[in-house]
Design a protein. Structure first.
Length: 602
């Protein structure tokens, strides 16, 4: 649902029974934010203010802007003088913070298939209906949205309104939706640099509305032409012959409609869709044609006229729009499908990232160009999936396909954040934890690995949290600050630390000013334990150094490793194991720090 703001009471509606449902910030986006809120309430369209603004601008950028009834919307003549050209106007209006005006309201009405009733603090002169049709009168086939327009000195502000009941809305429509005004005015937003209200006048000359003599048995715009077939049509004397209308004309002229009440024919397309009296015969729009003798000739002449052809095109456009749904619904469905397609694609990308991270495989290769035969694990897996999923392949061929190194790192960081949040949540449920820290040199930098231990029922869980660069602060004070800062970043500073485990270096284990003593100043229950893996390694290394037999044995093993590390000797070594029926095994290199071979129990 779009973000909303509650009413501030700054709008005094000229109509009783109307309340303010949204009063957005006065940041230049109020018109679009208000419309987004009302669209969600009335049409269940989840769009933001930016979406509404973009939809209006895209509509206005079209080569031909047509109203819903097929009439061209020529808005360039109504652009205020300080914006000069259409391009300048659209460029400025596309920016956030630019106040919407009467042109954008008409565009929004056309895109989303709605009509607006704007109740203005300027009074009835500023209060009008804005419809997506040439006649700005109420259309009961459209959803009606109420806007409040507040003229504020050198600016303007829009709020959303809601009627308290249907009678209130009906009374408003009856008051402002009367077709008696031949040139309805579309209410505009006042430019923040001018207090002058700019109006957009649209001439409305619908024959079905301008004359009270029209029969009431003709077809409505949504229903199409009325073409009754009577057992016998009334006859009229022409000279010595009695003539009448024949329903056979319907087949050749689908736009033709017959009024039983007047015994006359009309043109449905011209009657509903014409806008200029100079090019339309009133016989087919207001008076009705009853000359049955010359009917074929006049029908043929009328059907070939330029005005009739234009009106037929508008009728077909109206039928197409009505059949396929409004522009807003089509855009909404297409947008929803596109979003779903992109989400499925990104889900696959995330799964590839998680798979490689789980297996501990590198993501990127040395040569990731399209013609490379080895692009790295990530791109190679994506190429493999593209061979079997057509939708994935189509999106991946786009310019923005979410496979860059930056996006890979973003996804990895997101996954890491999710995992850390799960660890933190589990620790909070327990209520206490233990920290383990060790240092290692990596690529000429000194890094600290931070791990935590906590209980999960009767099980003890040990989880790695992060690596931290401590090259500039390897003393006790600096390492203590690194540990404290990372615990704080995890939001665990409020939980007691009941244990801490490091190696036996003085900077870590010192009981006077070592890390373990500094940690205990804030966490008295944080008992220090010398890492048993480090301790066992030190015991074994020192024991081997003072025992001649052990030293001789390990030296022999080391020399065997050196000998069989030679490629020729290594092949003989493996071949001999195979001949003897033994499982092939390797000789390991001697290392004083292989404490990872031993259980890490504290």
């Amino acid at each position: 649902m779009p973000e909303t703001s509650k009413t501030t009471g700054s709008f005094m509606s000229p109509e009783p029974g109307v309340t303010v449902c949204i009063d957005p910030p006065k940041d230049g986006n109020c018109q679009f934010a208000t419309v987004a809120h009302l669209l969600f309430h009335h049409r269940q369209l989840e769009v933001s203010a930016d979406d509404v603004r973009a939809a209006a601008i895209n509509y206005l950028r079209g080569d031909v802007c047509l109203l819903l009834d097929g009439t061209p919307f020529n808005y360039e003549q109504h652009i205020v003088s300080d914006q000069q050209t259409k391009d300048n106007y659209l460029t400025k209006m596309s920016r956030q913070g630019t106040f919407g005006d009467h042109i954008t309201l008409v565009a929004i009405a056309c895109v989303y298939g709605v009509e607006f009733v704007v109740l203005s603090t300027l009074g009835e002169k500023g209060t009008r209906i804005i419809s997506p049709n040439v006649n700005s009168c109420h259309d009961n086939t459209l959803v009606t949205l109420l806007l409040g327009h507040i003229a504020e000195g050198q600016g303007t502000h829009y709020v959303g309104l809601m009627p308290t009941n249907n009678e209130t809305l009906s009374s408003i429509l009856e008051k402002y939706g009367s077709p008696s005004d031949p040139t309805p005015v579309l209410t505009t937003a006042v430019s923040p640099t001018s207090a002058v209200t700019v109006s957009c006048t649209v001439e409305a000359h619908s024959g079905s509305e301008q004359s009270g003599l029209l029969p009431n048995d003709l077809g409505q715009k949504l229903d199409g032409p009325k073409q009754p077939v009577l057992p016998s049509f009334p006859k009229t004397t022409f000279g010595k012959q009695n003539r009448s209308f024949s329903p056979n004309y319907y087949a050749d002229h689908p736009w033709l409609e017959y009024s039983v009440q007047c015994d006359a024919v009309f043109c449905f397309a011209c009657r509903h869709f014409y806008t200029d009296r100079r090019f339309v015969e009133q016989l087919f729009t207001t008076k009705g044609l009853r000359d049955w003798k010359k009917l074929p000739e006049k029908l043929s002449k009328h059907s070939s006229s330029q005005a009739h052809i234009s009106h037929m095109q508008k009728w077909r456009a109206f039928q197409s729009s009505y059949k396929t749904g409004s522009v807003a619904m089509q855009m909404s469905d297409a947008h929803r499908a596109e979003v779903e397609k992109n989400r499925q694609y990104v889900a696959v990308i995330c799964d590839v990232v998680k798979l490689l991270a789980k297996l501990g495989l590198p993501f990127r290769g040395h040569d990731e160009r399209k013609d490379s035969t080895s692009k790295g694990n990530f791109l190679e897996v994506c190429d493999f999936i593209s061979n079997y999923i057509q939708g994935f392949k189509e999106v991946r061929q786009n310019y923005f396909n979410c496979t860059s190194a930056e996006i890979q790192n973003d996804i990895i960081n997101i996954c890491g954040t999710v995992v850390r949040n799960e660890i933190v949540q589990a620790i909070r449920q327990v209520g206490f934890f233990t920290v383990m820290v060790d240092e290692a040199r990596s690529s000429k930098t000194e890094k600290v690995s931070l791990c935590v231990r906590y209980a999960d029922g009767l099980l003890v869980k040990e989880r790695f949290v992060c690596f931290v660069d401590c090259s500039s602060s390897c003393d006790a004070e600096g390492l203590t600050k690194v540990i404290a800062d990372n615990i704080k970043s995890l939001e665990l500073q409020g939980l007691p630390i009941v244990g801490q485990a490091y190696d036996g270096a003085a900077v870590m284990s010192g009981h006077v000013s070592g890390v373990q003593q500094r940690i205990r100043l804030d966490n008295p229950s944080a008992l220090y334990f010398h890492c048993l893996a480090h301790k066992l390694n030190l015991v074994l290394v020192n024991a081997c150094r003072v025992n001649r037999t052990a030293v001789a044995f390990l030296n022999t093993i080391q020399q065997l490793y050196v000998f069989f590390a030679n490629p020729g000797s290594h092949a003989v070594f493996l071949n001999m194991q195979t001949i003897l029926g033994l499982k092939a095994r390797e000789i390991g290199q001697l290392s004083d720090t292989q404490y990872t071979w031993y259980p890490t129990t504290y």
